[in-house]
Design a binder for this molecule. Sequence first.
Ligand code: AKB
Length: 315
Amino acid sequence: MERILITGAAGQLGSELTQALVDIYGGDNVIATDINGAAAHKFDYCQFIPLNVLDNDQMVKIIKEEKVTQIYHLAAILSATSEKNPLFAWKLNMDSLLSILEIAKEYKLNKIYWPSSIAVFGPSTPMKNTPQDCVMDPNTVYGISKQAGERWCEYYFQKYNVDVRSLRYPGLIGYKSLPGGGTTDYAVDIFHKAIEGEHFECFLREDSYLPMMYMPDAIKATIDLMHAPAEKIKVRSSYNLGGISFSPKEIYESIKKHHADFEISYKPDFRQNIADTWPDSIDDSAARNDWGWEHSYGLEDMTKDILANLPTYLV
Ligand code: AKB
């Protein structure tokens, strides 16, 4: 019987992944945790425990008491927020991962999931169809922490046989909860402005391409990776994961087909400098070949689905 612990469960990915894990393992076997104790009401379908991931003693206590067998470690500070407080972002992103890898080794946990990001790439990385293995010179604190984290994951797998698995997510787009502090977040905010009938001021240039993914695809990729037989997982740092690639102008035009009056203007800020160092599109053939990854949603399907469903989440 698997017992699943999720950190950062109230975040953008956690909110949807927790539900997917409950669907698989049942509410009694899933323990959602988050530093934001006030988020408890969102988890009436499973257990919820407030947890600061920097509190190692509390984490160990929960692992032991709840007989946890797998951890999905989602808590992190994203790219834009990390630039405002680099040392704290480094501490939170790295110390929490190392605590969890140590716990996995010590208590012989079955599996760990840890998200990496396209932020591991940098200005010298090939921008188009970025390969799985290539030059990686991240120059954001978030990207540096994700790249170092990937090295630690591979180290714990090779040295201690910890079954840790990871995906380099592109920008994730969902309508069930808001992201916080990322560079790709404009592609979520733009839908809220369109639905509310407001003008959207974009913090990236109109031609700034970034790899993106609709949330149902991201959830599927995560579950598929975690359920793949261990011998199929050939990459123990983190897998490239591709979905869609579009610019602010393209997503705007896709929304405008449904909201003819919607207007956009562009006012690039410091997040443009981050976006400029990230890939335009991703080559995810390793994930496709090793464990059969396939994405389903293109830009137009995603736009239609979000515009149809977001209003019900806003009421
Ligand atoms: C961010 O923009 O910081 C994240 C990411 C790409 O990892 N969405």
